[in-house]
Write a protein that binds this ligand. Structure first.
Ligand code: MN
Length: 134
């Protein structure tokens, strides 16, 4: 968290239109945004920027979101940061792999904007994921 009290969110997303949507609505809500467009950059940005929350796409170039999350969770400097997976039509096995890698929750894409923002606010309010399903 910065000294202005703004919450900082790292978005790791390779799809430009998704990235723009997430950035726009989160910035509008007053969050400070960091961005990465592939998994390895996401790991580096997590360590350099120490965000309060990470939104992690799963299908990413260079390093996928599962592996990136695993690395973030292995590093003492970043392991306490909540990572929320962003995923298109996840299969049961994918969800298990995400949670096993250390993801706190997952959000299905495409997102419903109002629900998406409520979920994000909920993570900061310490509310537990509601049954892991939106
Ligand atoms: Mn992707």
């Amino acid at each position: 968290m910065t000294d202005t009290g703004k919450k900082r969110i790292l978005i790791v997303e390779d799809d430009p239109s998704n990235l723009k949507l997430f950035r726009d609505i989160l910035q509008y809500k007053g969050y400070e945004i960091l961005e990465a467009t592939e998994g390895r950059e996401g790991v580096v940005m997590a360590k350099a920027g120490l965000p309060d929350l990470i939104l992690m796409d799963i299908q990413l170039p260079v390093m996928n979101g599962i592996e990136a999350t695993r690395r973030i969770k292995e590093d003492e400097a970043t392991r306490d940061i909540k990572v929320v997976a962003l995923t298109a039509n996840a299969m049961e096995g994918d969800k298990e792999r995400m949670l096993k890698a250390g993801c706190h929750d997952y959000i299905a894409k495409p997102v419903h904007v109002t629900e998406f923002l409520e979920r994000i606010a909920g993570y900061f309010a310490g509310r537990e994921p509601a049954g892991k399903e939106s």
